[in-house]
Design a protein around this ligand. Structure first.
Ligand SMILES: [Zn+2]
Length: 478
């Protein structure tokens, strides 16, 4: 009689292959997860879970034939740039920045940012992302509104620049103090909002647009507020050369950041392509996290020494970068590319390709466990397990459901390999974040996808007109 009075509040997912990514690398062939509110209460063999918890379950979902993964984490994305997809294809870097991206971003309003983040968020969810690190646009309030609505988890940041040539006039007048104050205001307003799904970080665009004062005061403010800093680091050789010339250091940005004591464990360095072995040691010693964005690197930057960083114990995770740098915001595609590119890159390092470089389990770790470390949330995210480091006892229920029964993935002999080398975005069928379904059977739950697409198309046309950006037509368009 006592038992009957117990409230049925649990959700049970059972019958699935579960790739936990826990420390013991457990993969359940026929596993089940119990979810209580926003957290994982138990994970074990299906038979054991069903016998223990069925009587308390409000929802029991049979996922036979499916694979469950921890929510994937995209550690470098510009959600504000989604409306700029396709505006800077096949152009050189300076045209990309000065003639397309800066005019676009400086003419955006808060509502554009909201729509852009909604559109980007839809694509992220379809690719199994439950958490992302925003590299920084201008309207954190617009991003936060979209993240709140979509049900995603995010570390949001404003992009700040207090120095540099060619900045749009509306940005050029911003002082160092303005840059810091607006970020502190964002922290006050949005940090830990949306049931704790939103955290606010500090953002620094890149070294060429930052004074030393902005760097040091950002470091101190982030340390004081116990949050992270997101910054593009060592993207192109020109950047390193400029740093050497101006700051009189013997290598590039990382060497300089070490010299001013900026490198610390809450720094998420995006790209970090042009770094030498000594700088890899500096990143490792300071426990700096690196977001590797393979598609954007191939398109604009070059080969990043990912294997060397991993060998030196640098935490390297995966990012898509923004739509104008990559066009596809799919972390599934980035997993595939990261593995292929880094196997091929061995030609430059060792004279021959190495098919064993960055194997599938390493890539999946980068998209989950290392992603969680990179966003400073590994006490609660990155693996499917009970009893992570949090005092209250369990990790968040951020879960991806994959249906592998399609021409893209069958037959499956090793599910980890299949996830990295075969899975397409289309195989991601359902996504749960914070214990709530945000996509079910490929349908985004909290927003009308078609309506967002329609509004985003209109907003993009109007924004480009306002910014005076024209995209030359190619071929003989008649
Ligand atoms: Zn970026």
């Amino acid at each position: 009689m006592e038992e009957e009075k117990e409230k049925k509040v649990l959700t049970i997912l059972h019958g699935a292959v579960i790739i936990t990514m826990d420390k013991d690398k457990r993969v359940f062939k026929n596993g089940a997860i119990v979810i209580e509110q926003d957290r994982i209460k138990a994970i074990d063999q299906s038979r054991s879970i069903l016998s223990q918890f069925s009587h308390l379950a409000l929802h029991i979902l049979d996922l036979t034939g499916h694979i469950l993964l921890p929510g994937l984490i995209n550690t470098h994305v510009h959600t504000s740039q989604q409306l700029a997809r396709g505006i800077a294809d096949d152009v050189d870097l300076m045209t990309w920045l000065h003639d397309r991206i800066w005019p676009y971003e400086s003419n955006m309003n808060e509502h554009d940012s909201y729509l852009s983040t909604l559109l980007c968020g839809i694509e992220l969810i379809h690719s199994g992302v439950t958490c992302f690190a925003e590299a920084g646009g201008q309207h954190v309030s617009g991003m936060a509104r979209a993240v709140e609505l979509l049900g995603l988890r995010a570390c949001l940041a404003q992009s700040t620049m207090d120095y540099g040539h060619g900045l749009p006039s509306s940005w050029a007048t911003r002082t160092t103090h303005d840059c810091l104050q607006s970020q502190k205001d964002n922290y006050e307003k949005f940090h830990n909002t949306s049931q704790g799904r939103i955290r606010v970080w500090f953002g620094i665009r890149q070294i060429m647009n930052s004074t030393e004062r902005l760097l040091l005061e950002t470091r101190d403010a982030a340390r004081q507020l116990k949050t992270g800093i997101h910054m593009h680091v060592a993207e192109i050789p020109y950047e390193n050369q400029l740093v050497m010339d101006v700051h009189k250091v013997n290598h590039g940005t990382v060497t300089y950041l070490d010299k001013i004591d900026f490198l610390q464990s809450n720094l998420l360095a995006a790209h970090s392509v042009w770094i030498d072995n000594n700088e890899i040691s500096l990143l490792s010693r300071a426990e700096v996290k690196v977001s590797h964005c393979p598609a954007a690197a191939m398109r604009m930057l070059g080969f990043s020494p990912v294997r060397e960083m991993l060998d030196a114990d640098v935490c390297v995770s995966l990012g898509t970068d923004g739509a104008p740098s990559n066009n596809r915001m799919s972390i599934v595609d980035e997993m595939y590319l990261a593995s292929l590119i880094n196997k091929g890159r061995e030609v430059y390092a060792n004279g021959t390709t190495d098919p064993t470089a960055l194997p599938a389990e390493t890539i999946l770790k980068m998209a989950t466990v290392n992603g969680a470390k990179s966003v400073l949330w590994d006490d609660e995210l990155g693996s499917l397990e009970v009893g992570k480091k949090v005092v209250i006892g369990s990790g968040y229920a951020d879960i991806v459901v994959v249906n592998p029964s399609s021409w893209t993935m069958v037959p499956i002999h090793d599910c980890i390999s299949s996830i990295v080398y075969c899975m397409r975005t289309e195989n991601v069928v359902s996504v749960m974040c914070n214990g709530v379904w945000i996509m079910k059977n490929k349908k985004i739950i909290n927003v009308d996808e078609e309506e967002v697409i329609l509004k985003a198309k209109q907003a993009s046309v109007e924004l480009l007109k306002r910014a005076g950006i024209t995209i030359p037509t190619r071929m003989n368009v008649i």
